[in-house]
Design a protein. Structure first.
Length: 286
């Protein structure tokens, strides 16, 4: 894990701490780190946020699933659940709502350092969203032709976005509402500290590890402000083994619930032995 919030004065990203959504040009910083062990299998790059409550009731409801599913009527007349991010300057917002408006927009690039030469690591941006989300729940509007600029005509971008939804990517199958970064963000997290899949690093051959042990650098286009709510940002590299990916939350949850059940079982057993054999029948005088 690499924390790049920048709250420490010695951090390279400290200069970007008070960045705003619409900073032009974006603040950039670079963090160097070392991998002690090689990553043999495919590697998953995540971004993580802390103290960000995506589970707030009004926040979770602030979306229009019909609009996200490509309904042309909802595109120009979004649900009132999206307020106050339903319209802007008398134009409907696409996508509307607080979830979309707060979409994570830092850009992360990874480089390997060999003899002071930086070699970029290929980061794959497709295949990070659930298949059902990409192919069923999220669809672009329909109409004559496949020109997204024309299909989204009459709408405006979310307030905090630097560009409209039809300019999220240059590839047609990853643009608009079916952009996978957008889809991943729209699946809200249950806890205030969470991580979301950002990129994939695929293993190229069986003779070399995906990421060799050594020196790396992380280039960050710092666009996403978190300092105002005491949040933190981090980049996470994770891989999988034959048992699957590493996720300590489930194990911690099982141990916690099991410990509580064991404690309650002991307490109830003591209560049963102490009071269970007591004669509860009242003595009736003759």
């Amino acid at each position: 894990q690499i924390d790049y919030t920048g709250t420490e004065p010695s951090s390279p990203c400290n200069k970007c701490l008070n960045v705003s959504w619409d900073s032009t040009p974006p603040c950039t910083c670079t963090i160097n780190f070392t991998l002690e062990h090689s990553f043999e299998s495919n590697v998953f790059m995540y971004y993580g946020l802390s103290n960000f409550y995506q589970n707030h009731r009004r926040y979770v409801k602030s979306r229009d699933d019909s609009q996200l599913n490509g309904d042309n009527g909802s595109l120009l007349n979004p649900s009132k659940e999206c307020e106050p991010y339903r319209t802007n300057e008398d134009k409907p917002i696409a996508p509307c709502g607080a979830i979309a408006n707060s979409m994570f927009n830092d850009t992360l690039e990874l480089y390997r350092i060999d003899n002071d030469t930086r070699t970029p690591i290929t980061l794959i941006k497709k295949g990070i969203a659930w298949w059902t989300d990409k192919n069923v729940k999220f669809r672009n509007p329909t109409g004559d032709g496949n020109n997204l600029t024309a299909l989204f005509q009459g709408t405006t971008k979310p307030v905090n976005w630097p560009k409209p939804v039809y300019m999220l990517d240059s590839e047609p199958d990853n643009n608009g509402f079916i952009n996978e970064d957008f889809i991943v963000w729209m699946r809200t997290a249950a806890l205030p500290t969470f991580r979301k899949l950002y990129r994939l690093i695929e293993r190229k051959n069986n003779l070399q590890p995906t990421l060799q042990a050594g020196r790396y650098s992380l280039d960050i286009a710092y666009n996403y402000p978190v300092h105002s709510f005491d949040g933190r940002k981090r980049m996470i590299l994770s891989t999988i083994s034959w048992m699957g990916g590493k996720n300590p939350f489930l194990g911690i949850a099982y141990i916690t619930v099991g410990s509580i059940c064991f404690f309650l079982g002991v307490v109830l057993l003591i209560i049963h032995h102490k009071y269970g054999n007591r004669n509860t029948s009242a003595d009736i005088p003759n």
